[in-house]
Design a protein around this ligand. Sequence first.
Ligand code: ADP
Ligand code: MG
Length: 394
Amino acid sequence: MNKLTIEQVDLAGKRVFIRVDFNVPVTEDGRIREETRIVAALPTIRLAQAKGGRVILASHFGRPEGNVVAKYSLKPVAERLSQLLGQPVPLAPDCVGEAVEGMVNALLPGEILLLENVRFHAGETKNNPELADRFARLADVVVNDAFGAAHRAHASNVGIAQRVTPAVAGLLMAAEIAYFNKAVRQPQRPVAAILGGSKVSTKIAVIESLLDKVDQILIGGAMAFTFFKARGYPVGASLVEDEMLEVARRTEAKARERGVALLLPVDAVIAQSLDGEQQQIVPVEQIPAGWMGLDIGPATVQLFAEALRSAQTIVWNGPMGVFEKPAFAQGTEALARCVADSAALSVAGGGDTDAALRQAGVAERISFISTGGGAFMELLEGKELPGITVLTEA
Ligand code: ADP
Ligand code: MG
């Protein structure tokens, strides 16, 4: 993953096609609810301008599935971006075509044009060659800053980069790659991975891949109960995947073989329903029938905190409990504070993990929080991301 970055290439007078991720959450009436992704792209946009580039921005937005759908227009984003940058950001009527080519070719250095939603064309998600050719006509240099879409081979990230050289990483993409390398590929040891969330089945590829790379794996969330059932403990009404019991047993055996410490919770916050009215803390071997494990208990927080004390590197995906409910958020929040207080390099990713770290108020003190849920998970699984692979080697 040694790729050229925007910092290393000459952009003066060039048409710089920046693939960003402006897929922001919006309200029913189309107002931007959360602008993190827009703000995250600003450094790359400003750098392209400072280097004398003529800036073309492209993004997907929602799932219009190849149709022009008014509510998936990037118009609100163009308006917000123009406020944030303090200069006009016109929205092109489409993302390709003669009219758009005319607008692009008329751009002066430092000027910006936002293309309309690339998913208004069905060829985008199929990486259709004709559509990629049409994107390529808009660019002298390609910059990919859309880490969140890098696990997909689409026309506006992969297709165009196969046709235009150089195709380089933007600042956000470069940071994602650099932190992943530091945390997983060439980490300072010992490395601890914290894994949680609801399902073993969605995380098993991550666990398998990390078993070869880390020194400790701390497992929380609903996932732990599949491991407990596999060990023969009563798990009450906890969320369990029966088809993953054998996988859980094998995973514990593999960890032993490889000398990786696999730590499971020792106590759980249990309740009979999610309303949290009646809850108890019990040892994990003693969950009564009808009760569900919904968070890790205080003894587990202590155990995990102790285990993290020696770590030089911490990788985290998946909350320790149903953190959306205050009654079951304490374990995740306590562990979040512990990771934030640690001197280790800490890298976290996953949509709910991100939300949980913000809720705990410690996001600023995590070394890096990935902006790509699915893309981050695929990196953890050891996969190559097509949006990164296609970039020009440094
Ligand atoms: P991420 O988005 O960070 O990858 P996941 O989507 O895998 O994380 O998991 C988050 C979800 O797991 C949350 O909705 C949370 O409520 C749920 N969860 C965590 N622990 C439990 C549990 N013990 N029982 C049921 N759901 C749980
Ligand atoms: Mg999630």
